[in-house]
Ligand binder design. Structure first.
Ligand code: ADP
Ligand code: ZN
Ligand code: ZN
Length: 826
C-alpha cells in the first residue's frame, strides 16, 4: 500500500496542474503549466501562482492533467521545489480530513505545513543571525537580497520582487532559507534561541601543552576545592569529548563559584556549546529494563491483536508500566525498518516521558513541538521524509511526511487536548491517527488508564482489541482514595476556608515525613467572581459573556477567554455600594492560603500563569523532583504524565466544580481527571493517599473513583448517554454562527434553521445560546445536529450543512456572518 502512495514523477506530460492554495477555497484550483516549466512541475512540489488581482501564493500541486478545464486558466509563475515536499499518503489524509471535518483542503494544508513551506506575498524575511556575512557563496541575486537586508533589517517577499525586478522570486527565497542566509521574521522574535549546554575546558597554555599543568595545580594549591575540581575535570576529559559544568559539579562536589574562580585564575574556561537542535540530548542511551510478567503478557496480547490487523486499546492503571511496553513495540518496529509515530496530548506537560524515551532511543527519536523555530520544523519535516525512525509530538505531528509508518502509539488517548477547537480543521488527532494508520497499514495502539467512552465501546464491540494491565509495576499498591465531606466539616466548624481538617492534617503528616504533596484545583487565578453583595452585580468581560477572574499577583481582573484586563472597581458600578466580595477560588488563592496554614512548607503553583516562560514548566518539575519544593498546587497540568518518587499525598480541592461543569462529558472528564491525579500518588516506594473534598459526596462518579471502578463508571455513564441521546450512541455536529452585531447572527440563524430543519427535521437542535454567548466581541448562536449512526446519515448531513453554509454566504447582508463547523465537537 505505502509504496503506491509515495512520490511519483510523471510530471513530464502535464500541461495543467491542480493546486491547493493556502486559503479556505472549496475546491482545488487549476493552473496552466507553461512549456518551459513542464519538465519541472510534479506532484507534491510547490509552485508560485497569482490568485485574485495581485496576490502571490505558494500553492501545492496535488494533481496533473493534460486536458484543458472549461474555464480560463492562469499560468504558474515558477516551480519552487526541486523535489516534492509531500507524499501521496499525506494528500490522501488531507482529503479525508477536509471531507470528514467539513473544512477545505487549504485549511488542512495550513495546519499541516510548517510556516517555511508556506510563502505568501506578505511573508517578511530578515537576515539570519547565523549568517556571518560570507557573501561569497551567494549568486548575484542572492547577494542583492542579502545586501538589501543588511541595510534594511527586513523585507517582505513583495519588496524583494521589487528589488529584483522579476516576476518569480519564490525559488530564490526557498534557496536562501535552505542555506540559512535568511529567516522568516516571526521566527526570530521569539523562537530562535539555540539550545546550549554549559561546558568547561582548559585555557591556554594548559590546553595545548599538558606538561604545563603542574603550574596550574601550583596556582590552586591553596584551594582544596579548586584542586579537586581540576582533577575531576582532567579525569572526565579523558572519557568525554565535552565536559559539562554539571559533570564537574557532580564529580568534585563543587558549585559554580568554584569554576568561576578557576576561570579568573586563567585555568578553566566556561563556554556554551550548542547542541544539535534536532537530536536533542547527546546523552548515552540506556539499555531497556527487563519486562515484568504483566508487561510480557500485555505485549503478547498486543502482538496477537496486531496480527489480526486490529487497533489495540491498552487499558493499564497508572504506574502499570505502559511506557515500557510501548518502547518494546517501538524497538521491534525500528528493527523492521519502519517508522513510529508517538502521539502525546501536550508536549510541554510531558517532559518526563520524553526524556525517558530520549534515553531509550537517542538519536533515533525526533520531537515535533510548538515551540520549535520554523527552521527546526523544516529540518524535522525533512528528517521524517528521510526516514527518521521515531517521531514524537502533539497532535500536529500526524502531518509529518512519513515514509514507512509501521506503528502509531496514541498515549493518553482519552485526553481532550487531542482535539483542536480552533481554527479549522477542527479535528481529533486520535481519530485522525487511526485513519493515518489505515492509509499506511500501520499497527495502532491506544494507551490510557482511563479510556474514553468511545474507545472503550469500540473495544467492547470488537472493533479494537482490549489489553489490560491491572496492577502497578513492582507490586506497588494503588493509592487509597477517600472522600472528605465538606458539609460535615462545615457543620462541625472544622472547615478552614477551602481546607478540610482532614486535608490539613494529612498535609502536615506528609511534610513531617519529608514527603511531598500535590493539590489539584481546576481553575487558575485567585477568585473567579467579584460580586456586589448588595445588588448582585458581578464583574464581566466587556468582550465576552463571562465573569472576570481576580488575579492577586497582578491585583486586577482578567478574562480567561480573551485576556481583557480591568482594575477592581472600588464601589459597585450598579448600586454604588462598597460591599464587594471575591467569590469562589482558584489555584492562586489556594497557594496563598496554604502559606498561612503551613508557613514552613515550600509551596509552588503550576498553571498557565506560572509556566509562561519557555523553561518555566520544566524548572518547576525539576525543583519538585529534586525535593526543593514540598507542595505543588496546580490545574490539570499536574494530572499529566508526572511521575515523582516522593509524592505521598494528592488532594482534590473541589470535586463539585468538576462534576457541575455544563457539558454532557462532565462526568467522564471528572472521572478521568480524578483518576489521573490520584495516579500521581505513591508511584515508587509506598502506597499513596488521595483525599477528594466535596459538598455533594453522593455523586455516583465519586463512588466509582473511590473504588477505582472503571467498569461501573462505564456502564452507568453509557446508560445516561443512551437515555439522553449523546455520543457514542450517535454523532454530533455543532455549527456556530458568529457576528459582531447580534441582529445579524439572529437573522442568519433563522435562515439557517429553516434550511437545516427542512432537510433534517428533528435531528437539528437550536439555534441556542452557547454557555458563553459572546466571545471577543462576537455574538454566537449554536446549532447541534444529532445524527443516528450510519455512513449514509453522516454524508447526508454534511451535504446539507455545506449547502446551507454556501447559501448563507450568498444571502443578502449576511455574507459576513461566520460559520464554524465542528464534527465530533468534544
Ligand atoms: P504508566 O505509564 O502505565 O503509568 P510507567 O510506564 O510510568 O507507568 O511506569 C511506572 C513506573 O514503573 C516508572 O517509574 C517506570 O520507570 C517503572 N517501570 C515500568 N516498567 C519497568 C521495568 N520493566 N523495569 C523497571 N522499572 C519499570
Ligand atoms: Zn451593587
Ligand atoms: Zn473576554
Amino acid at each position: 500500500m505505502a509504496d503506491a502512495l509515495l512520490f511519483h514523477t510523471e510530471g513530464a506530460t502535464a500541461t495543467y496542474v491542480e493546486v491547493i492554495l493556502p486559503l479556505a477555497l472549496p475546491k482545488p484550483f487549476t493552473y496552466r503549466v507553461p512549456e518551459a516549466l513542464v519538465q519541472e512541475a510534479a506532484f507534491g512540489k510547490r509552485v508560485e501562482v497569482q490568485f485574485g488581482k495581485s496576490k502571490r501564493y505558494s500553492a501545492l500541486i496535488i494533481g496533473l492533467k493534460s486536458e484543458a478545464p472549461a474555464h480560463d486558466t492562469k499560468p504558474i509563475i515558477s516551480v519552487i521545489d526541486e523535489a516534492p515536499i509531500v507524499t501521496k499518503a499525506q494528500i490522501a489524509l488531507w482529503r479525508w480530513m477536509a471531507d470528514y471535518y467539513l473544512c477545505t483542503l487549504g485549511e488542512v494544508m495550513n495546519a499541516a505545513l510548517p510556516a517555511n513551506l508556506k510563502l505568501a506575498s506578505e511573508t517578511v524575511v530578515t537576515l539570519s543571525p547565523l549568517f556571518d556575512r560570507d557573501f561569497e557563496g551567494l549568486n548575484d541575486q542572492e547577494y542583492l537580497i542579502a545586501e538589501a537586508l543588511t541595510l534594511q533589517q527586513e523585507l517582505s517577499i513583495d519588496d524583494i520582487r521589487g528589488i529584483l525586478q522579476r516576476k518569480s522570486v519564490y525559488p530564490l527565497i526557498r534557496a536562501m532559507l535552505d542555506k540559512r542566509v535568511i529567516y522568516l521574521k516571526e521566527d526570530l522574535q521569539e523562537k530562535y534561541k539555540p539550545k546550549t549546554i554549559g561546558c568547561v575546558r582548559l585555557q591556554e597554555p594548559y590546553a595545548s601543552q599538558p606538561n604545563t599543568l603542574n603550574e596550574a595545580f601550583d596556582k590552586l594549591s591553596r584551594s582544596g576545592r579548586q584542586t579537586e575540581a581540576l582533577m575531576a575535570y582532567l579525569h572526565l576529559s579523558k572519557q568525554l569529548d565535552f565536559v559539562r559544568k554539571q559533570d564537574v559539579y557532580d564529580k568534585a562536589q563543587v558549585d559554580s563559584t568554584v569554576l568561576r574562580a578557576m576561570e579568573k585564575k586563567g585555568i578553566l574556561e566556561i563556554y556554551d556549546r550548542e547542541v544539535s537542535r534536532l537530536g536533542g540530548y547527546e546523552e548515552e542511551t540506556v539499555n531497556a529494563q527487563d519486562l515484568s510478567a504483566q508487561q510480557t503478557t500485555a505485549l503478547e496480547g498486543i502482538k496477537q491483536a496486531f496480527a489480526s490487523e486490529k487497533p489495540v486499546l491498552l487499558h493499564g492503571v497508572t504506574g502499570s508500566g505502559k511506557t515500557r511496553v510501548y518502547t518494546e513495540l517501538m524497538q521491534e518496529a525500528i528493527a523492521r525498518g519502519e517508522q513510529v509515530l508517538y502521539l502525546l496530548p501536550e508536549i510541554a506537560l510531558t517532559t518526563q516521558i520524553i526524556s525517558r524515551l530520549e534515553k531509550t532511543f537517542g538519536g533515533d527519536i525526533a520531537i515535533y513541538h510548538s515551540r520549535m523555530s520554523n527552521n527546526e520544523r523544516v529540518e524535522l519535516w525533512n528528517s521524517a521524509l528521510n526516514g527518521r525512525p521515531v517521531l514524537l509530538g502533539a497532535r500536529s505531528s500526524l502531518f509529518l511526511p512519513f515514509q514507512k509508518l509501521g506503528l502509531i502509539i496514541i498515549d493518553e488517548e482519552h485526553d481532550p487536548s487531542f482535539k483542536q477547537y480552533d481554527p479549522a480543521p477542527r479535528y481529533n488527532a486520535r481519530d485522525t491517527a487511526l485513519y493515518l494508520g489505515h492509509l499506511h497499514g500501520s499497527r495502532v495502539l491506544l494507551g490510557t488508564a482511563t479510556p474514553s467512552l468511545e474507545s472503550y465501546q469500540n473495544a467492547q464491540k470488537g472493533k479494537y482489541a482490549l489489553v489490560q494491565m491491572r496492577e502497578r509495576f513492582g507490586g506497588l499498591k494503588l493509592p487509597g482514595i477517600s472522600l472528605v465531606d465538606l458539609k460535615q466539616e462545615q457543620k462541625e466548624r472544622k472547615l478552614q476556608s477551602h481546607f478540610s481538617s482532614v486535608l490539613l492534617s494529612s498535609l502536615r503528616q506528609t511534610l513531617g515525613r519529608g514527603e511531598q504533596a500535590i493539590l489539584f484545583q481546576n481553575r487558575r487565578g485567585h477568585s473567579p467572581v467579584y460580586r456586589c453583595t448588595t445588588c448582585g452585580w458581578h464583574a464581566e468581560c466587556i468582550h465576552c459573556d463571562v465573569s472576570l477572574t481576580y488575579h492577586k499577583f497582578h491585583n486586577n481582573l482578567r478574562c480567561h477567554y480573551c485576556g481583557y484586563q480591568a482594575a477592581l472597581p472600588p464601589a459597585c458600578p450598579a448600586c454604588g455600594d462598597k460591599k464587594l466580595a471575591l467569590q469562589g477560588f482558584g489555584t492562586e488563592k489556594i497557594e496563598d492560603e496554604l502559606k498561612v496554614y503551613l508557613p514552613e512548607a515550600r509551596i509552588a503553583r503550576m498553571d498557565l500563569d506560572t509556566v509562561k516562560g519557555k523553561h518555566a514548566h520544566a524548572r518547576l518539575i525539576n525543583d519538585f523532583e529534586e525535593g526543593r519544593l514540598d507542595i505543588l498546587v496546580g490545574t490539570q497540568m499536574v494530572t499529566k504524565g508526572l511521575d515523582f518518587e516522593k509524592v505521598a499525598l494528592v488532594g482534590v480541592l473541589s470535586a463539585d466544580q468538576l462534576l457541575q461543569y455544563p457539558d454532557f462529558r462532565a462526568g467522564e472528564r471528572a472521572f478521568q481527571l480524578m483518576m489521573q491525579v490520584a495516579g500521581r500518588a505513591g508511584r515508587k516506594h509506598r502506597q499513596g493517599e488521595v483525599l477528594i473534598q466535596g459538598f455533594n459526596t453522593s455523586h455516583p462518579v465519586l463512588q466509582e473513583v473511590l473504588n477505582g471502578d472503571y467498569a461501573g463508571f462505564f456502564a452507568r455513564e453509557m446508560m445516561e448517554r443512551q437515555e439522553f441521546h449523546y455520543p457514542p450512541y450517535l454523532r454530533l455536529i455543532r455549527i456556530t454562527l458568529k457576528h459582531t452585531k447580534p441582529e445579524r447572527v439572529n437573522e442568519a440563524a433563522r435562515l439557517y434553521e429553516k434550511w437545516l430543519k427542512k432537510a433534517l427535521g428533528q435531528w437539528v437542535m437550536g439555534p441556542a445560546l452557547p454557555t458563553v454567548a459572546r466571545v471577543r466581541g462576537y455574538y454566537l448562536l449554536d446549532f447541534m445536529i444529532k445524527i443516528p449512526h450510519g455512513a449514509k446519515n453522516l454524508q447526508k448531513v454534511k451535504a446539507i450543512v455545506r449547502e446551507a453554509t454556501d447559501n448563507l454566504s450568498l444571502a443578502q447582508g449576511l455574507s459576513s456572518v461566520r460559520v464554524n463547523t465542528d464534527v465530533d465537537p468534544y
